[in-house]
Design a protein around this ligand. Structure first.
Ligand SMILES: NC(=O)c1ccc[n+]([C@@H]2O[C@H](COP(=O)([O-])OP(=O)(O)OC[C@H]3O[C@@H](n4cnc5c(N)ncnc54)[C@H](O)[C@@H]3O)[C@@H](O)[C@H]2O)c1
Length: 256
């Protein structure tokens, strides 16, 4: 029997929805009868996802949004309210890692860059999506993209781990602030995702990911579909009692 997520006519804003797990979540959410605003700094990528959803009979709108710009977040939320009558779910996916070396080698200007793209973006999401969910008045959820670097540290990726710990701390605090008002806030913590870039590297060298896979108890990388389905579950009515959690989607890596 198919799962009834309860998404019919509900509205999701997917920040970073132009590719990866966000584009798959957008598609799945629309297939369940939800209305989705696909937001991305690459407007054409967001447009492509929205067009694909509409061609399949779903409801979607694309918007250009740079997570570094608070006004873009405000406008995207406004679009959800003006076009679709409100907001139920905010999905904040954008993040990056700039340096793969110990902290003493990291260029100091990357501190601000990393915190802006990973942490400030999450702050803008929470700050503007939660009030819109409250105004809509039907409850909802914000899901932020963490990493297993939200939970444990790794060598040679100190700023990234600091940012992802911050994403988790801020999300847990927001979960406490808004639990009694029907807004849940959770963090998904993938291990190593089979991204477009990684797929290309594996086409050239099938052993490229061996060094990571050997640390994953399940022996495999995480797919975007697996991560997107976790977003689906955490948004859904079936997760009504789940807030303030960091959910690893990492094949057992942080259990080790
Ligand atoms: N790749 C991994 O193995 C891995 C593991 C754990 C966590 N993560 C986290 O997952 C997230 C990435 O998820 P994904 O691979 O599904 O997405 P992705 O990296 O494919 O990016 C999704 C979209 O974000 C957009 N984007 C990039 N910069 C932006 C900006 N400044 N403003 C708005 N949009 C922007 C891109 O254009 C892209 O379409 C990051 O937060 C990353 O830290 C990744």
């Amino acid at each position: 029997m198919a799962i009834d997520y309860g998404f019919k006519d509900q509205v999701a804003l997917v920040v970073g929805g132009g590719d990866g797990s966000g584009s798959i979540f957008s598609t799945l959410f629309a297939q369940e009868g939800g209305k989705v605003v696909v937001a991305d700094v690459r407007e054409e990528a967001a447009q492509e996802v929205a067009e694909r959803i509409k061609a399949a009979g779903g409801e979607a709108t694309a918007v250009k949004l740079n997570v570094l710009d608070e006004t873009d977040m405000i406008n995207a939320v406004k679009l959800c309210e003006e076009k679709y009558g409100g907001l139920h779910y905010g999905i904040n996916i954008v993040g990056t890692s700039l340096d793969f070396c110990d902290l003493t080698q990291v260029p100091s200007e990357n501190f601000d860059k990393m915190f802006h793209i990973c942490v400030q973006s999450t702050f803008f999401g929470l700050k503007h999506q939660i009030p819109a969910i409250l105004r809509t008045g039907q409850g909802g959820a914000v899901i932020n993209m963490g990493s297993n670097g939200s939970l444990v540290a790794h060598k040679d990726i100190g700023l990234y781990d600091a940012c992802k710990h911050a994403v988790l701390g801020m999300s847990k605090s927001a979960a406490l602030d808004f639990a009694s008002r029907g807004v849940r806030v959770n963090v998904i913590c993938p291990g190593v995702m089979l991204s477009r870039g990684l797929k290309q590297a594996l086409e050239k060298d099938p052993h490229f990911a061996d060094k990571w896979i050997q640390d994953i108890p399940s022996g495999k990388l995480q797919t975007y579909e697996e991560v997107a389905h976790t977003f689906m579950f955490l948004c859904s009515k079936h997760a009504a009692s789940i807030t303030g959690v960091a959910l690893p989607v990492d094949g057992g890596q942080v259990a080790d």
